[in-house]
Design a protein around this ligand. Structure first.
Ligand SMILES: Cc1cc2nc3c(=O)[nH]c(=O)nc-3n(C[C@H](O)[C@H](O)[C@H](O)COP(=O)(O)OP(=O)(O)OC[C@H]3O[C@@H](n4cnc5c(N)ncnc54)[C@H](O)[C@@H]3O)c2cc1C
Length: 593
């Protein structure tokens, strides 16, 4: 079975040449992120991922987490791996020194997170949720709450969860019913939450649940939701653990994938909870967690794609079957044009998604730290536009890539022991949790395009126009072809944005019926933009560095332009023409045999 090897060359290329690691390192507070330090961190993360997490991925899937009498045991080896994760300081990487963090840029943390997730997605979910909870407390928690919880959570000694979902409240959180009754300096929380990732486990001594609930006289809908911290064990004034709180894990789910990650049904019975921020503003605070988590789930799409690609590539080089089309004897399947097509679809889309995710991570750093307010605002607007794209497009594509990975393996892909099937099963959740693709697309079309008249998207298209002028200077045949495909893609985005802005107010059903194709179009073109930038950088470096890597990058970018970016005009047609048809079909006609 193939072992995970972090694609450090491509990661470093994306960080340095595309995401501007050099500039990020100059931002106030990020001075520690020198090239040498970053290289050393990436090397160590790569070792930890390959040596500690990857060997537990398959066994963890087979064994799964187990529930017994309210307690959850994670699979063999997970506790030890988590201890090493904490001791290695990995939990503290992206957080400020105030709480014991290492204060490294999001860009660096993103590359590390990709490696942990590629190696073992089930394991990586625990840190993912903890980081979201830390962000929410950092931004909205009182000083007292921060003091009680943040140090332990940043260190990784305590983990965090996000408790939104209830049986009747999934995508629509307006329907949340859990109750929070004030009592002195705290509240009493009651209700049932379902699907809570790492809601109960044996990796850490305490679990800090962030829970959405309603106070007794709260208004209906999303305006009446508040956010509470509900620890598994109450914390004494000296910081030590006190009595067990009224938060209990009633069961865990049996799932299609991520078997090692416990998905808990949580029951809160008069549990002591502490308000985060102000009453009735819970959803806004939860969005802080959700945006960070949405980005991370998008990154899961990248990570699973990379892992599925590595496995398929290794298999394709070994498996001998069929004869060389050019004549001769039997060959490894990697020699067959269709297998090469599948592998290149996997590779090129993975690299495009990685590049976009890293560029968005760098924009998050600039938005947080740049001294110039205008730069901060511009980058935040770009991040807001791209987060649903990173989440929706990278996860949908991640499933396609993992499915191609199964296909490359032939029948053995369907058999669990190769590991290819696990990637497909694990990938399947990524388009569902943290907001389904439909919800991401609604956010993109409604909040990020229609509400502001397409302003940020148009600013991005202007940027693409300026970049086109740069591409035009190259005489390289691949770059010429890439330029043509990117220009057609940008035009397709522009026409779709105009359509959405013109129709969102008057034909809302038809506009939103095209939301997911529009999200895909944005991803395909944004990925094409990054691959074009990568190709340009590769062409410039061809004679100065790692020739084989840069030649491969040019060829991969050309493949992406010819096979993926070329889909953009058809996606535009789905947005502007095909979408309205969805709404004209009567419900009954869908039932017709
Ligand atoms: C393994 C796993 C882990 C999870 N972890 C957590 C967690 O840690 N914390 C937590 O709070 N939740 C968690 N969830 C819950 C997850 O976030 C929800 O399942 C998800 O938000 C979808 O909600 P739902 O399942 O109720 O589907 P529904 O909301 O019922 O959606 C069903 C379908 O309808 C579509 N749909 C619904 N509304 C709209 C709309 N307005 N426009 C267009 N389409 C729409 C959806 O896209 C979907 O295709 C987890 C779920 C799973 C399975």
């Amino acid at each position: 079975m193939s072992a995970y090897v972090a694609p450090l060359k491509d990661m470093k290329f994306a960080m340095k040449e595309l995401a501007g690691l050099g500039e990020v390192g100059k931002l106030p507070g990020y001075e520690e992120a020198t090239p040498d330090t970053v290289d050393a961190i990436l090397e160590e993360a790569s070792k930890f991922s390959s040596q500690v997490l990857d060997p537990l991925n398959y066994s963890g899937d087979l064994e799964g987490s187990r529930w017994s009498d309210g307690a959850v045991s994670t699979p063999k080896g997970f506790k030890e791996a988590y201890r090493k994760y904490v001791e290695g300081g990995w939990a503290a990487l992206p957080f400020g020194a105030e709480w014991g963090g290492q204060g490294l840029p999001k860009l660096v943390a993103t590359a590390v997170e990709e490696m942990l997730t590629s190696a073992n997605m089930s394991f990586s979910l625990c840190p993912l949720l903890t980081q979201g909870a830390i962000h929410a407390l950092e931004l909205a928690g009182s000083q007292a709450l921060q003091k009680t919880f943040l140090g332990k959570m940043v260190a990784g000694d305590w983990t965090g969860t996000m408790n939104l979902t209830e049986p009747q409240a999934g995508s629509d959180l307006a329907l949340v019913r859990s109750k929070a009754v004030p009592e002195g300096d705290h509240y009493r929380i009651s209700g049932q939450k379902i699907f809570i990732t790492y809601g109960e486990h044996d990796l850490a001594e305490n679990i800090v649940h962030l829970v959405l609930a309603r106070t007794p006289d709260a208004p209906e809908g999303v305006k009446g939701i508040s956010l509470f911290v509900v620890p598994k064990f109450l914390v004494k004034p000296d910081g030590s653990l006190g009595e067990r709180n009224g938060a209990r894990c009633a069961s865990i789910e049996h799932k299609l994938g991520i078997h090692a990650s416990p998905t808990a049904v949580m029951v809160y019975e008069n549990a002591v909870g502490f308000l985060v921020g102000e009453e009735n503003k819970g959803l806004a605070y939860m969005f802080i967690m959700m945006n960070a988590a949405r980005f991370s789930v998008g990154l899961e799409g990248v990570a699973i794609s990379e892992r599925a690609f590595q496995r398929a590539l290794a298999y394709a080089r070994e498996r001998v079957q069929g004869r060389d089309l050019n004549g001769g004897g039997t060959v490894p399947i990697i020699r067959h044009p269709d297998v090469r097509r599948m592998l290149m679809l996997m590779k090129s889309q993975t690299e495009a998604m990685r590049a976009l995710a890293y560029v968005v991570a760098a924009a998050l750093d600039v938005a947080a730290r740049h001294p110039d307010e205008k730069m901060r605002q511009q980058n935040q607007a770009f991040v807001d536009l791209m987060i649903p794209v990173v989440k929706g497009w990278s996860t949908e594509t991640g499933i396609e890539v993992a499915s191609l990975g199964v296909q490359v393996h032939g029948g053995m892909g369907f058999i669990e022991e190769t590991g290819a099937a696990q990637h497909l099963r694990d990938a399947r959740i990524t388009t569902i949790y943290e907001g389904t693709t439909g919800i991401q697309a609604n956010d993109l079309v409604g909040r990020k395009i229609a509400r502001e008249g397409g302003a940020t998207a148009k600013a991005w298209l202007e940027h693409l126009k300026a970049f086109d002028a740069e591409l035009a200077k190259s005489g390289n045949a691949d770059l010429k072809a890439i330029r043509g495909a990117l220009a057609a893609g940008a035009a397709a985005v522009g026409e779709s944005v105009d359509y959405i802005v013109a129709h969102a107010g008057k034909d809302v059903m038809a506009t939103f019926a095209g939301a997911v194709p529009f999200l895909k179009l944005m991803g395909v073109v944004a990925g094409g933009w990054q691959m074009a930038r990568a190709a340009l950088a590769a062409e410039k470096n061809l004679r100065s560095g790692d020739k084989a890597f840069f030649e491969a990058k040019l060829a991969t970018a050309r493949f992406y332009a010819d096979q993926v970016l070329v889909q953009a005009p058809a996606l535009r047609d789905t947005v502007v023409k095909g979408a309205s048809a969805v709404m004209t079909i009567p419900d009954d006609a869908m039932l017709a045999a």
